[in-house]
Design a protein around this ligand. Structure first.
Ligand SMILES: [Zn+2]
Length: 410
């Protein structure tokens, strides 16, 4: 039994037309935008037309189901929204591959102990904070959170949901109880270079890295760049530069090969070519798949920054904007995905995910697993995002066999 790659491909390409921009060839389906809602309606119509009862919950998540409405489901899915100028696979692949699994099971009259369900989550990409639909399913939302979330331009999520025909607090009704779900599987493009570089077909994700974000301020003294001698300066940029050089050492000493430390955004003040920077404000984002390692990295960064501040006569302060612990995929599901990859003759490797995914929150509800297929050149969040159709087919077949096995459990 296998998926029909031509059918999957034509459905995925049909979806890619919703929100497609002819100028930059990117897909624009930001959460709760007109294109995003059009894609949700399109999916519900398609599901209904094909005989799978469909509905949208209060958070904008779309469901379609094969099998008993009242029994716990094996749920397959990912998100339908995209970043601006996104690619055609990110999120969409997991949804359409889930639909393809329903079709194959219907066509082959596969006897199922448990219903299989496809899920298209809402606002995963973070226009208003991210993973809204998945957080709603996990019961992680509060009224205060829903009503205060806003985008970078201060537009409220609540207004966008209202404009899309949803009641904002209805998102709180989207919660799924653990007894309503047997398992969750997400097929996603890797969005990184590892599988493509190593020529591996399937990535079986064992965990999603935790992430912390700081805003660091090094404060010195803004002086005339000509009159202040080199040994009498409190140059905030020199402090930042020293810290940047310390990052490899910090990772060597306190991190693992899964650790990441990134200075991604820097602002120098006053920001004039002839003035010594009196202040350097920068973001520091740290990741690892173990929380204790995240703590070690954070401590080491703190020590290093204070030593550097002393050396350069600077003041150092930081604010922790967020700390999200790592998530571990279900060990039984990991083994099962590896077994099906091997049985189908595909090369596979166990790997962490450096990026967040819906699976993170679904794992709070049920046994959850995440599968990757290669991204050509590791490119994603770009119109150039691409995954070869033969890899899509392989990932779809692992998803199919794992889903059928889970839906056949006693
Ligand atoms: Zn995604």
């Amino acid at each position: 039994m296998q998926i029909d790659i031509e059918r999957l491909k034509s459905t995925l390409l049909e979806l890619a037309r919703i929100g497609f921009n002819d100028e930059d060839k990117g897909v624009y389906r930001p959460g709760f935008s007109e294109a995003d809602m059009a894609a949700r309606r399109w999916l519900m119509e398609l599901l209904t037309k094909e005989g799978f009862p469909a509905h949208m919950d209060g958070a904008g998540n779309v469901y379609g189901r094969l099998g008993d409405a009242d029994r716990a489901s094996v749920t397959l899915g990912s998100h339908l929204d995209t970043v601006p100028a996104g690619g055609i696979f990110d999120g969409a692949l997991g949804v359409i591959a889930g639909l393809e699994v329903l079709r194959v099971c219907r066509d082959n009259r596969v006897p199922l102990q448990w219903p299989i369900e496809v899920l298209a989550t809402s606002e995963e990409e973070g226009r208003y904070g991210g993973m809204l639909g998945a957080q709603a399913i996990a019961g992680e939302l509060t009224p205060g959170l829903v009503l205060s979330m806003h985008d970078a331009d201060n537009n409220l999520l609540a207004d966008a949901m209202t404009a899309a025909g949803l009641q904002p607090l209805g998102a709180l009704d989207a919660r799924r109880l653990p007894e309503s779900m047997r398992a969750f599987l997400e097929l996603h493009v890797e969005q990184g270079p590892v599988l493509d570089n190593t020529g591996t077909t399937i990535g079986v994700v064992d965990g999603i890295s935790g992430v912390f974000k700081w805003i660091v301020r090094l404060i010195g003294k803004a002086d005339h760049a000509g009159t202040a001698p080199m040994n009498m300066r409190s140059d905030a940029f020199m402090g930042l530069a020293d810290f940047a050089h310390e990052i490899p050492r910090i990772i060597d000493e306190d991190g693992t090969d899964r650790s990441r430390l990134t200075v991604g955004k820097v602002e120098l003040k006053p920001g004039s070519p002839h003035t010594i920077p009196g202040e350097a404000v920068f973001t520091l984002v740290g990741r690892d798949s173990q929380e204790s390692t995240m703590e070690d990295l954070a401590n080491s960064c703190r020590k290093s920054l204070s030593a550097i501040a002393r050396r350069h006569k600077l003041m150092f302060e930081y604010e922790q904007i967020s700390w999200l612990g790592p998530m571990h995929c279900n060990p039984g599901i990991i083994e099962m995905l590896e077994k099906h990859s091997a049985d189908l003759g595909f090369s596979y490797q166990r790997m962490p995910s450096g990026a967040g995914h819906d699976t993170q929150f679904l794992s709070l509800v049920t046994r959850a697993g995440l599968l990757f297929v290669p991204s050509v050149g590791g490119v994603s969040h770009s119109p150039d995002e691409w995954t070869h159709w033969h890899d899509v087919e392989s990932g779809g077949n692992v998803l199919l066999h794992a889903a059928v096995a889970l839906a056949s459990e006693a």
